[in-house]
Structures are given as C-alpha cells and as structure tokens.
Write a protein that binds this ligand. Structure first.
Ligand code: MF3
Ligand code: CO
Length: 251
C-alpha cells in the first residue's frame, strides 16, 4: 500500500534529506585511499551524531552499520569492514539512510578513489546520468513508475551495461522501504502507479559494466556481480508535489 505524504511530512523529509546531502558533501572531502570501509561508515555515523540524526540501516533486519559501502564488483549492501582498504582506482558506492524527527531519506553516491580507468569512470558518469534521466522522466506530467524505469534502462543499455533486476528503488519517508517498487527495467507484470502529489520515492539505478546478474555473499548482505566486473549505484529521494518534482537529497 502506498502511503502518500502530507505537506508537513514532506517538510520533514526535506530536512532529513538536507542533512544527508551535507553528509555526502562531507564524505566527498574525507574519503581517500588508505581508509577502510569501516572508517567510511565511522565518518557517516559521527556526522549523523553531530547533526542529531540517526542511521536506520543499523539494526534493519540485523544490518550492523549506518551505511552500505560497496567497492568495485560489490553492487550494493557491502558491510563496512576494518580489513577492506580503499585503493587508488577503486570505485566506492556509499548508500545511506538518514532519519531526522522520524523522517527517513535515502541516497547513494559512487566515489572514485584517485585515478580510475576511463571505462570505470564512464560507468560511473552513465549511472549518475541514468538517475537524473529517471528523475526527469518523473517530472513529466502524468508520469508513471514505468516511465522512470524505461528512462534508466534505455540509457544504460546504450552502453551495453547490465541493469540489475533483483533490487529496485522504493517508496521512502516513514521507513526505509515502502511501496511502490521502482524498478530500473520495465516489466509489464509489475505495478505501474501514476505519480501524484504526496508520493515520495527513492530512484536508484544499479548498473553493471558486464552482466546484470548478481549473487549474494555468504554474509547474507553483500551483493556482487557474478562476472567480477564493476558496478555503480546512484540514488536520490524525490517528492512529487503540486509544483512538480523536488529532489530531497540534493543541496
Ligand atoms: N539504503 C538501501 C536502499 O536503498 C537499504 C539498505 S538496507 C540495509 O534500499 F539494511 F542494508 F542497510
Ligand atoms: Co534505497
């Protein structure tokens, strides 16, 4: 069931999203070669604390950290670890949910560590572009969920990239995962809600350089590409208002 948000709710999600956007800016300055993925999570947790907010991923179905830190062929849900050290040429997606006054926002950035290969840099810029094309598709009057899906899928496919099918975007705001699902591919058998004022969703293309196929690690969380090729992930929380689309997690 889709839970539409009131104006007041959207104000709350905006405040949450604003802190999250600032956290990503801060991370962009901090993240560097030699840090562990656990250090990255610590930067997130400390920032949340300073800003009187929390990270609802921690404790969600037993997940241990406030962020998911996924390096190279890890697509999503990488558990931060003191043993995993960032190296020159790595790409690192940091996926964070932030809760402030009961309102949840959700966003992901993929950072490049030092100098990455041109192929990997292209994967990253194309994935970010997929996110903005998805948001643009949502901005068209009378748009439906599948319009977002199609925009993401079409752009990624132009480059021969694999679009992850096993995970999707989602409604957000009162909790981490709400209805509706927001897939990055079009499946006519899936629901296709019309976007209307009060709808708040996370759009999150997960794009692989090679095959779209992924596998879950024995830790029950980490999701990697099966061919070992790199993957990128970008995400914003957006709200549909009477005046159009507003990105909640961007400054
Ligand atoms: N932020 C993730 C998403 O975009 C949710 C991660 S759940 C966690 O859907 F428990 F792994 F953190
Ligand atoms: Co999400």
């Amino acid at each position: 069931m889709i839970q539409l948000k009131s104006k007041e709710d959207i104000d709350g999600i905006r405040t949450s999203g604003h802190i999250l956007a600032e956290l990503f800016e801060h991370l962009g300055e901090e993240i560097a070669e030699g840090m562990s993925t656990w250090d990255v999570d610590k930067v997130c947790a400390d920032f949340m604390k300073r800003n009187h907010s929390t990270g609802p991923c921690k404790g969600y179905m037993g997940y241990p950290s406030v962020s998911c830190v996924s390096v190279n062929d890890m697509v999503i849900h990488g558990i931060p670890s003191k043993r995993e050290i960032l190296r020159n040429g790595d790409i690192v997606s940091v996926d964070i949910c932030l809760e402030k006054n009961g309102y949840v926002s959700d966003s992901t950035h993929t950072y490049e560590i030092g100098k990455v290969s041109p192929e990997v840099h292209q994967l990253n810029t194309v994935t970010e572009k997929c996110l903005y094309l998805g948001i643009e598709a949502a901005s068209v009057p009378h748009a439906r969920i599948h319009d977002i899906s199609k925009a993401v899928f079409t752009h990624a496919s132009k480059y021969g990239y694999g679009v992850v099918r096993d995970y999707t975007g989602h409604g957000v705001g009162f909790s981490i995962h709400e209805d509706p699902e927001v897939p990055n591919f079009v499946s006519l058998s899936m629901p296709n809600a019309r976007l209307r004022p009060g709808l708040v969703i996370a759009i999150e293309p997960m794009i692989n350089m090679g095959t779209y196929k992924v596998k879950t690690l024995p830790d029950g969380w980490g999701v990697k590409t099966i061919d070992g090729k790199p993957a990128c992930h970008w995400e914003h929380t957006i709200a549909v208002t009477e005046d159009g689309i507003e990105i909640m997690t961007k400054l």
